[in-house]
Ligand binder design. Structure first.
Ligand code: NAG
Length: 212
């Protein structure tokens, strides 16, 4: 009735009036606002456009000239405001020959990895310390359950590309070696808490930028 009346007078508003927007449909990230474990606060729905729901950054290779010969290009809430609040996100993984994503966890998300080029040896370790490892080829997907330590290694002589997607708009990341060796936790405490020997701990602190 109301729509007919509106159409009848030939008035089509460019932006739907606020009372026509269902605020529960989405919560596009207000990137300048505060961010917490639940994500960002919502951008004014009247100001949301299709650009908030499209991210065009995954078509380009990341820069793999680094210590791990790998690059991850994220499309998380901070880069892709439309995923805020939806419990979903995606990224692009480039692995040069010899490249590796070292052992790490995403505290807030499970991950599904789709390989589209090359071969990748990927695996995770359960909390019972069972290893699940497989060399994946183009078209294969592997799932990594939330919170578990996992890794990806280029298993071929060519560049590999994969797209990991996550069950969170902000999956979080903790890299095991960085947690152990890239900070100022005193060597003596690292030795005691890992059973590694001091020479090995100091060597890895040197490589990864840790001190103490
Ligand atoms: C890639 O990163 C390296 C090391 O930071 C830098 O020297 C190089 O210019 C970068 N290449 C491109 C294409 O951005």
């Amino acid at each position: 009735m109301m729509l007919a009346a509106v159409a009848g007078v030939g008035h089509v508003p460019e932006i739907p009036p606020p009372w026509l927007i269902d605020k529960s449909d989405f919560c596009v990230a207000k990137l300048k606002g505060p961010v917490g474990p639940a994500g960002y606060s919502c951008k004014n729905p009247a100001k949301v456009t299709v650009h908030d729901f499209v991210f065009s950054g995954l078509g380009m290779a990341g820069n793999t000239s680094n210590i791990i010969s790998a690059a991850v290009t994220p499309a998380f809430d901070a880069q892709f405001p439309g995923v805020n609040g939806l419990g979903i996100s995606i990224a692009r993984l480039d692995l040069a020959p010899g490249g590796v994503i070292p052992m790490h966890t995403h505290p807030a998300a499970s991950e599904i990895l789709l390989v589209v080029r090359g071969t990748i040896t990927a695996g995770f370790i359960s909390s019972a310390n069972t290893v699940y490892v497989k060399t994946l080829k183009s078209g294969d997907v592997m799932v990594f359950p939330q919170g578990l330590l996992h890794f990806q290694i280029n298993a071929g002589g060519i560049k590999a590309i994969a797209f990991p997607s996550f069950s969170s708009a902000n999956p979080g990341l903790q890299i095991l070696d960085f947690a152990l060796f890239a900070n100022n936790l005193p060597t003596e405490l690292v030795v005691k808490s890992t059973f590694l020997d001091a020479a090995q701990v100091k060597k890895l602190k040197g490589v990864l930028g840790g001190t103490g």
